[in-house]
Ligand binder design. Structure first.
Ligand SMILES: [Mn+2]
Length: 360
């Protein structure tokens, strides 16, 4: 297992590489260059400079996240061809710089969604990301986008890049006639074009689940259950077609048995990497992000780590979102302190498994 940390790049993150290097047992990053809009080629020299900088700090960067898929690809428009060509060029450029796993998603228009980015947790006064479908019912997509932007403390948020949302109303219209099956067929086309290249250059594509794990605003969503991911890995049957198994995203739906899902796909060698975090279920379609500790949330992190240790022990992991604690100001969900605590805890569970665990 390689423990990593999400970092947004110099000038785009309040956290420094030096701070990340000082987290015990953290050997690398899941990096991101989110200055590029979906559909743009990430230039080789820019990736090289980024990777070089990370290496100089004593960290690896074998996973890159948020290589966003242009909406025209998801909609299956004729213009998708150029965007797929661009995506392939980005894959080649990343591979040339030593990247092994690319995290992306196939969610229409809206990426992850919350109704509050800083909901105070009454028990201890910290705050975290929060979702309540009841709050969402009275809002339009545009209102939730504006509210999310206003709550971001001035930081860019992954999946909420302004360029991507500039034509929100128009793109929402375009999806009116797109069914889940249509979306899946467009996904199949995309994968059939990129996966052969990935095999050639040694890249594994890792699809991030829908977050939360159910449809939103009537948009088709096809990646939020074991059954969905069985279909996805079957669209193009290749070791390069994998999942970024995000325990908090899938775990927002109590029907998803996360350790069982990890064992299922880990056993098939189809987990490219994992985001490991906890959520606290507060009611129907209502949850908050808790600390990583099992007893603070609704997921059993020990069982999750055991499933990883048993089925895909060589994978990449990172703590996912953290709470804001100790008066830290920063990008919602991506502060230093609580994510560093998450790493310490997950590494502790891992050490216990290494020393005392028995594999089935
Ligand atoms: Mn995630």
């Amino acid at each position: 297992m390689k423990m990593t940390f999400r970092w947004y790049g110099e000038g785009n993150d309040a956290i420094t590489l030096r701070q990340i290097r000082q987290i015990p047992g953290c050997s690398g990053l899941m990096g991101v260059l989110d200055q590029y809009a979906a559909g743009e080629v990430w230039p080789l020299e820019v990736i090289q400079a980024y990777v070089e900088q990370v290496h100089q700090a004593g960290l690896e960067v074998e996973v890159i996240e948020s290589v966003n898929v242009h909406e025209d690809i998801k909609l299956g428009l004729p213009s998708r061809e150029q965007y797929i060509e661009n995506y392939i060029q980005t894959i080649r450029n990343l591979a040339q710089c030593g990247v092994r796993v690319i995290v992306y998603n196939f969610m229409p228009v809206l990426d992850w969604l919350r109704t509050d980015l800083a909901r105070v947790i009454p028990e201890d006064g910290s705050n975290s990301l929060y979702f309540d479908e009841q709050e969402l019912l009275g809002m339009t997509p545009l209102q939730i986008v504006q509210r999310t932007a206003a709550g971001s403390n001035g930081f860019s948020l992954p999946g909420w890049e302004p360029a991507r949302l500039a034509e929100l109303e128009q793109v929402l219209q375009q999806y009116q006639s797109v069914t889940a099956d249509d979306l899946r067929e467009n996904y199949r086309y995309f994968l059939s074009r990129i996966i052969p290249v990935c095999e050639q250059v040694g890249i594994r594509m890792a699809c991030h689940p829908d977050d939360p794990a159910w449809p939103i605003f009537g948009l088709p969503r096809i990646a939020h259950s074991k059954e969905d991911f069985d279909k996805i890995i079957g669209l193009v049957d290749s070791p390069s077609n994998t999942i970024c198994l995000c325990t908090g995203s899938l775990g927002s739906n109590p029907d998803n048995d996360i350790p069982a899902i990890i064992r299922h796909f880990g056993g098939k060698q189809r987990i490219g990497c994992l985001h490991v975090r906890n959520v606290k279920h507060l009611g129907y379609h209502k949850f908050r992000e808790s600390s990583h500790l099992s007893s603070d949330g609704s997921l059993d992190l020990f069982e999750i780590m055991r499933a990883i240790w048993e089925s895909c022990p060589d994978t990449y992991i990172r703590p996912d979102h953290g709470r804001m604690i100790w008066d830290e100001q920063g990008r919602p969900g991506y502060g230093l302190y609580d994510r560093a605590l998450g790493i310490a805890y997950l590494n502790g569970l891992w050490e216990a498994l290494e020393k005392q665990g028995t594999r089935a």
